[in-house]
Ligand binder design. Structure first.
Ligand code: NIG
Ligand code: ZN
Length: 415
């Protein structure tokens, strides 16, 4: 089945089947007055000018002289969770810190209690709504983590919910197993016991159910040597690695990510120069989550140092019920461009091709070119620079996933 997307004012996309590093992050290909031809969900032609429609029997999507970009690849979310933490957020607005709340038994632990309580079906229904919301912001591939079960059964419940969602929803989901998100209440005086449980039972139980293993490497949560043991066990079991690193305190989590050959290290608000250089040397993608920094009222990650020294930077939403209850792509773009001093071209690469690479999907998605899946966003503006210029506003008009129109903002309104 062929689909033609025609009357495109401008296509803006990074090009390639590998992550972009350093200076090349800003190299965006811009086609003017263009079209995209797809077949069976895959892009077969991208060109400027008019496509000869005589004898064409496929479907046509008219972009009405609007700009087209690749579907966003959000490589860091915790979107399967029970309950909410609005009261804790209010406490933070009144001055309590994220870690104070966590140490007092709130934070991740309160979401773990709520997620254990919630049935598969309830988590699934909430997941559907959250995926719809992501789609409306132009996200076509998303990473989702477990990490709110913290026991064998409930961690697998989260992964199974994502598996089912992936099979029914237009968005593609890349699953991450994260039993090392925190030490559960029942092991509060026996962290070693929990680490042994994860190594001996948890990791084997999740084999084949998730692509990545992730850990919260943080002072007072999992320290460097504890993290190393867990990461090694996960790597030996065939998982690719991710780390939540250097978010609150610099304990060298970014350096460990480089040493372990992790695909990505995420947050990195406090990452020091040695860690940044180690990640660059190791090819570890530095995934930055500016909406979390904004929500925690913390300093932003040093994107310019990372990019100017040759690093590959991705951007993710970190959508979760605690540190960042927002999946807003437009807010993320505003923060990345204004506070992290990324250009809009670097930001686009970070949210598409590099995000795809942070999920191991760079060969399939993340750019608009022959051979990639036809995952496209039609903006309601004719130039891609409106992505940053229209501050904090969602300018996604239509979303195409594997060549099929799956979201149209205009149909969301009653006339
Ligand atoms: N920092 C650790 N994990 C999440 C927050 C999870 C939560 O607060 O529930 C994050 O990436 O920010
Ligand atoms: Zn996270």
């Amino acid at each position: 089945m062929k689909v033609l997307v025609k009357n495109i004012s401008e296509i803006a996309t990074p090009l390639g089947f590998e992550k972009k590093c350093g200076k090349s992050m800003k190299d965006i290909k811009v086609y003017k007055n263009a079209y995209i031809l797809t077949e069976d969900g895959v892009i077969v032609e991208v060109a400027e000018g008019k496509f000869d429609e005589s004898g064409f029997t496929g479907d046509i999507i008219d972009a009405e002289n609007k700009a087209v970009i690749p579907g966003f690849c959000d490589s860091h979310t915790h979107f399967i969770f029970g309950g909410y933490r609005d009261e804790e957020y209010d406490m933070r607005l009144k001055g309590a810190s994220y870690m104070e709340i966590q140490e007092a038994g709130g934070g991740i632990k309160s979401t773990v209690a709520a997620t254990r309580e919630e049935s598969f079906d309830t988590l699934y229904e909430k997941g559907l709504d959250r995926l719809d919301s992501m789609l409306s912001m132009g996200v076509t591939t998303v990473e989702g983590k477990s990490g709110y079960g913290l026991d064998i059964e409930n961690e697998l419940k989260q992964l199974d919910v994502m598996e089912k969602l992936d099979s029914v929803h237009a968005l593609d989901i890349v699953k991450t197993y994260m039993p090392a998100h925190d030490v559960p209440f029942e092991y509060k005086d026996n962290k070693e016991g929990y680490i042994d449980l994860m190594i001996n039972k948890g990791i084997p139980s999740a084999k084949g159910k998730a692509t990545f293993f992730d850990i919260f490497t943080e002072k007072g949560i999992f320290e460097i040597e504890e993290s190393r043991r867990l990461l090694q066990a996960a790597k030996d079991a065939g998982f690719k690695l991710k780390l939540h690193a250097d978010e609150i305190v610099d304990i060298g989590g970014g350096y460990l990510a480089g040493e372990m050959g992790a695909v990505s290290a995420d947050h990195l608000l406090m990452a020091n120069d040695k860690s940044i250089n180690k990640m660059i040397e190791a090819g570890t993608i530095q995934t930055l989550l500016p909406v979390t920094a904004f929500s925690l009222n913390a300093d932003y990650a040093r994107a310019r140092v990372m990019i100017d020294n040759g690093g590959a930077v991705a951007l993710g939403s970190d959508f979760n019920p605690g540190s960042c209850h927002s999946n807003s792509i437009s807010l993320m773009i505003a923060l990345a461009t204004i506070y992290m001093k990324m250009t809009i071209e670097e930001t686009l690469t970070a949210l598409t091709l590099n995000g795809a690479a942070a999920m191991g999907r760079e060969k399939e998605v993340g750019s608009i070119e022959e051979g990639k899946l036809a995952d496209l966003v039609i903006l309601d503006k004719d130039r891609y620079k409106f992505l940053s210029y229209t501050i904090g506003v969602n300018i996604v008009e239509k979303v195409i996933k594997r060549g099929e129109l799956v979201y149209d903002k205009k149909q969301a309104y009653i006339d």
